[in-house]
Unconditional design. Sequence first.
Length: 317
Amino acid sequence: MKSKRIVITGGAGFLGSHLCDRFINDGMGVVCVDNLLTGNLENISHLFGNDKFHFIKHDVTNYVFVPGKVDYILHFASPASPIDYLKLPIQTLKVGSLGTHKALGLAKEKNATFLLASTSEVYGDPDVHPQSEEYWGNVNPIGPRGVYDEAKRFAEALTMAYHRYHNVDTRIVRIFNTYGPRMRLDDGRALPTFISQALNNEDLTVFGDGSQTRSFTYVSDQIEGIYRLLMSNIVEPVNIGNPSEITIKDFAEEVIRLTGSNSKIIYKELPVDDPKVRQPDVSRAKELLGWESKISLEEGLNMAIYYFRKSLQELTL
């Protein structure tokens, strides 16, 4: 039987590259499409030379051509950290709108299953806690973060329109904070920033009073959830995230403890529209996918710290 073939946009990014690994290991043919705006060839360099892996440097906001049969399309192309999408607001909006349109068009042409990488940011600064998929969100469409939030909300609407109008087989995963190897040290998000600061014995920068909460999911758990959703028949959005919630202040203290750092915590002004709480209701994923997070925060943090420590050592060589 001929092996399945999958296209992953944003495949040289953090999550995209781990998905490339997962499907290559499963014996699938993988076509990785990335313009390297925020992706990195080092994330996929180990796959070069594998006859099941093919890389195309391409901006998916333009027409996407992939010859031959395609069974699955995973649309993961997008700047995903605040530091990136605040620096690249137009590109973020374009890849969420035009890029999603082009990727869905390819799925329609190939009669392929399409999975959209959406985000917990569609919930904005939520007034419902924890956040279930039924919650419509509290988003400021004209605030600085709106370029990412609204790009993903539009992408979800377009995905459902293609499902309803063109009968494209679609999935939507709402990804909550995920971490692990291949995150950039300068990513700008709390976890890599705190670990990098702690390993360098620098002050850890906490915005606001640190009472805002986040839920952190280790990358292997996230990839398993995405895989299970793709292989299911669930059209409605599904939250994939670790429901274990922690305040940013407590999280910073945990990073200092696990790194053995001499760092102190300093406080800076909270950015505009920064969510005060973030915790997934994963009832749907548990019930329909049999999925739940397995890696505890301490276990995951120790693995992440090991990776970042090694990365920093390599930078200083």
